[in-house]
Design a protein around this ligand. Structure first.
Ligand SMILES: C[S@@+](CC[C@H](N)C(=O)[O-])C[C@H]1O[C@@H](n2cnc3c(N)ncnc32)[C@H](O)[C@@H]1O
Length: 313
């Protein structure tokens, strides 16, 4: 490669890192001290996300639900440079910011950002890539509203998009939380699951990220039962492609509480949930989920020392 091209590539890589660093510093140095939270999967969460994405099987795309400003889409594209990142964002203002951020960072050729609600866009997505037989996913990052995770995952499963060994990562499953999604994963038979304790980005509170690896026999069952028009899971605990015990009433109540605090935190004016309240909320969620056998299985703090995600206990 001619020297001037090498220099251009290096400038591009530096710019990409600078964009991600600038977003993290804005969250930590500007918003954090003002008691506000930048809801990106930064620092320790990036470590978990990158480790998980490196375990994805080869040959598929990565699907993200919840683009926001494009930060995690950039991080995933940096981790798996050969994979296309397809990201969905319901808020058109966020979508415009993310597309500009991605273009500025020089990765518009690797990251597609679609706008719309996941329940509307997901079933139509395969058609944009040549049909569901041509659109296979090696990884999924769920970072929309936690109480939607189980329904969106069910749609992805019914479309038969997941490759065997596909890695499904979900953020914020402790705070605000996603109790029914965790119940579905932990009590079903389709995935090997890891619940990773992780420091929230730019906030003195714990959170959990879940990392689930699709078992080969489940991938085959999903592919054989796949349909073009998925149905919404009718009853909790019954899906067209799998089953698990009906969720206990207390977890349904917790899911309701997670929606309530999320709505409170995202109300215009913000700052309505203090960092202290978030920390208390997280520890209460942890206690209640433990009563139903949902507990952390790994600690992201150990990942910093080079441990494998699966053994970071
Ligand atoms: C936590 S932020 C995502 C942060 C981003 N993944 C990152 O780490 O840089 C959540 C985003 O999901 C979007 N969102 C929420 N529900 C959604 C849905 N059902 N479909 C698509 N986007 C959704 C919100 O508008 C918001 O921008």
């Amino acid at each position: 490669m001619p020297e001037k091209n090498v220099a251009a590539v290096l400038r591009g890589v530096r710019l990409l890192h600078q964009v991600c660093d600038a977003i993290e510093r804005f969250g930590e140095d500007i918003l954090g001290p003002a008691g506000q939270w930048l809801k990106v999967a930064g620092r320790h969460k990036t470590t978990v996300l990158s480790k998980a994405m490196k375990a994805c099987p080869t040959g598929g795309s990565i699907l993200e639900i919840g683009t926001y400003c494009g930060y995690s889409a950039l991080r995933m594209a940096m981790t798996l440079p050969g994979a296309r990142v397809v990201s969905l964002e319901v808020d058109p203002a966020h979508m415009v910011i993310a597309r500009n951020m991605v273009a500025y960072a020089g990765l518009a050729h690797m990251i597609d950002i679609w706008t719309g609600h996941s329940k509307d866009v997901l079933p139509r997505l395969p058609r944009k890539y040549g049909g569901r037989h041509n659109f296979k996913l090696c990884g999924v990052f769920m970072d929309q509203k936690g109480s939607r995770y189980h329904e969106d995952l069910s749609v992805i499963e019914q479309l038969g998009l997941l490759l065997p060994g596909a890695v499904v990562v979900a953020d914020n499953v402790l705070k605000p939380g996603s109790p029914l999604f965790l119940w579905r994963l932990c009590k079903g038979q389709s995935y090997d699951n890891h619940v990773v304790r992780v420091r929230e980005f730019a906030m003195p509170s714990d959170d959990w990220m879940s990392v689930s690896v699709l078992r080969a026999e489940a991938a085959q069952a999903f592919a054989e039962a796949s349909v073009d028009s998925p149905v919404v899971e009718k009853a909790k605990g019954i899906s067209p492609v799998g089953n698990w015990p009906v969720a206990p009433e207390e977890l349904i109540q917790l899911q309701w509480e997670s929606d309530r605090i999320r709505a409170q935190a995202t109300r215009p004016g913000s700052g309505s949930v203090s960092f202290d309240e978030w920390a208390k909320y997280a520890s209460n969620m942890k206690e209640k989920m433990a009563l139903h056998g949902i507990v952390e299985t790994a600690d992201a703090a150990n990942l910093e020392e080079g441990a494998e995600l699966w053994s970071a206990t």
